[in-house]
Every structure is written in C-alpha cells, then in structure tokens.
Write a protein that binds this ligand. Sequence first.
Ligand SMILES: Cc1ncc(COP(=O)(O)O)c(C=O)c1O
Length: 396
Amino acid sequence: MFDELNSRPADSLLALIKAFQADDRPGKIDLGVGVYRDSMGRTPVMRAVKAAEQFLLETQDSKKYLGPEGDLQFVRLLQPIIFGKSPTFAQRLVGIQTPGGSGALRLGAELIQAANPSAKVLLGTPSWPNHAPIFSSARLPVEEYAFVDLMSQQVKFESVVAALSSAREGDVVLLHGCCHNPTGIDFTMEQWRQITEILVAHRLIPFIDLAYQGLGDGLEQDAAPTRMILEAVDEALIAYSCDKNFGLYRERVGALYVMTRNEDALRKAESNIAALARVNWSMPPDHGAAVVRTILESEEMSAMWRAELEEMCLRVNGNRAALADAALDLAFISRQRGLFSNLSMSKETAAALRARHGIYMADSGRMNLAGMQPADADAIVVALRAEGCLKSSTVA
Ligand SMILES: Cc1ncc(COP(=O)(O)O)c(C=O)c1O
C-alpha cells in the first residue's frame, strides 16, 4: 500500500539547522529558524513560564481528561488580552483550546468546510508556507493573490482590494493579525479600515491568524486591527497561538475563537468545534495551556510575563533599527514588525550568503531578526552588498 505514495520534500528549514550546526566558522549568523532568540542566541524558557511550571508541579493533583474543549479557563483568560475588555465581544464568542495556532487553523478550516464547503479561502502571498496546505487539506479551495512586492517592500494594496472585492459572499479571507510572516509588512490602520469596509460590504468572513501578539508594537497595539474588524463584521474566526509570545513552542498552545452575532449560530458553532476536535486529536495537550492559565491567574506572574514579552519585542525592534542604520537600502526593515523580514533574492544568493559569509537565511530570503545581535549588522550588510542584494553603496 505505502509503495503507492509519492515522496514529499523534506522541510528545508530543518536542513538549514543542520548546515548551521555543522559550520565551524566563529562569525556565523543564524537568521534561518523561526524562533525568538535572546542576546546570547538562546531560546530560553521564560521566567514566568518557569514560575508557573513550579507552581503546577507543586499543586496539580490530577491528570484526568478535560474534554475536547481543553482548559476553558485558559480560553477565557486569553479573551481580554486578545479582544479587550468590552463585554459585548464576550457574548458573541465561543472558544476552544487547540494544539497551537496550527491546530486552530486546521479546526477553523474544518468548521468552514462543514458549514459552507463551497467557500473559497483568499490568501495573500507570500504567506506562512503552511497556510495554503492547511486549508486545501481540509478540502477548501485556496485562491492566492499578491499581497506585497518584495522588490519595493510595499503592500500591493490595489491587488488586495481587487481580490477581496471580487470574492463572493461567504468566502473566507485569511489575514495575519500582526507581524506578518514572512514579510514583517503589516497593513496601516487606514488600510485595515478599508479592508474592514470591503469585508462588511461583500459579506466576507475574516479568518484572523494572530500568532505573534506582543512581538510587534506591544499587546494592545498588535490586537487593534483584530478588534476593529470584529466590531464591524457579523461573523469571524480567530486562530491564536501562545507558542511565540509565551515561548512555549513545543508545548503546542493555541485557541480557536468563533465570533457571530447570531446566538443560535454561536451554539451550533460551539458544538461543531468540540465534535471536530474530538475526531482530530480528541483533546488538546494540557501542560502548555495550564502554564498560560496559571500565569494569567496570577497578577505577579502576569506582570513578569508582560515585562519579558516587552523585552523580547524591544530586542527584535532594536535589531531592526541596527540593520536599518547600517545601510540606507535596509531602512524598510525598521518599519516592519515581528520576527521576520523577507529580502528579495534568489535561492542561489541565499546559498552564496551561507557558503561565502556564514549568514544563514531561508532560500526564500526570509530572515529572522531575532537571530542576530545589533553588532552583527555591519557583517550582514557587507555580505548582502558583496552578493549584490543592496543597490546603493551608501551607509546610512
Ligand atoms: C503566521 C503563523 N501562523 C500560525 C503559526 C502556527 O503556530 P503554532 O506553532 O502555534 O502552531 C505560525 C508558526 O510559525 C505562524 O508563523
């Protein structure tokens, strides 16, 4: 039976990790893998997470099943962070714990497939490479449109408007809530306002992927576009990940929220997401969500988490500023947000940056700004210039 399978390509980022480890040059710089790194190059367990784990170790007295919804107190405590304190949102939302943001996207895709199998999913490109396959493997047609021009590092806003305006009522629009992966290019609030108008006018359903809240401009600012859209539309889905902003990656911590103004539809969505979770993973893993809940239940641990997240955010934005200061051609990097920026380059150039300069980034030209130190900026600029990635020879 398995002989009938086609082989699939290995994940190229995993090969990049191996190549970086095997490189023994002292000045090598890893801008490849998509996780946060501190000034020592580590991806540490956050202090608030350690404190919560210690508390759980001492107090947790059972590992009995929680049910397909997972830890509902975790789901509830995240709500004010994502949606703000307005009580009206709370009445229009149902949520469920999922294995990471990926699980939330998959569950949301299956809910859409159950509710309206003819809905198309509109996806701006480039995007996180897993987006399109998650939706198409849930048997939803994905329609891609150009979202940015990497040469100019500008949003192709006319292309966004044209794609959304030609969608049919009930089609789904996948939107990165903040810190766009891979480009770091987020819409301005004015562009978000125009997108919201189109969503409302064409009765489209936004599916907001919020995987990096707090790593762009801070928790509140990063949630502003999501909140503005939810004020305006009748129905929406939100896939949330705690894996980056709590540094819990491998614990797989996320949530799916479904918003509708129709009470009956809300109850139906609630029973459907629970049933769909049950046949996928039965119940989500507990530990990471229990850690997040423990942090959010404690004023002291919450304050510790917020301060650490702010530190992470400042570090990434500091690295952005250092690169922008090192070359005029890279000024755009300081205007972008989140872990990533995507330079326009061929995969041959990305390979040359690795081979000749020890600078590792994805073949697509995506670079993780958390992988560098401010002092690396000059070496990165020298390498980019040597490989013809920068037009001007001017230092900012
Ligand atoms: C844009 C985006 N959405 C969702 C996810 C999924 O995150 P998780 O690790 O929580 O599944 C990622 C992870 O890299 C991402 O970049």
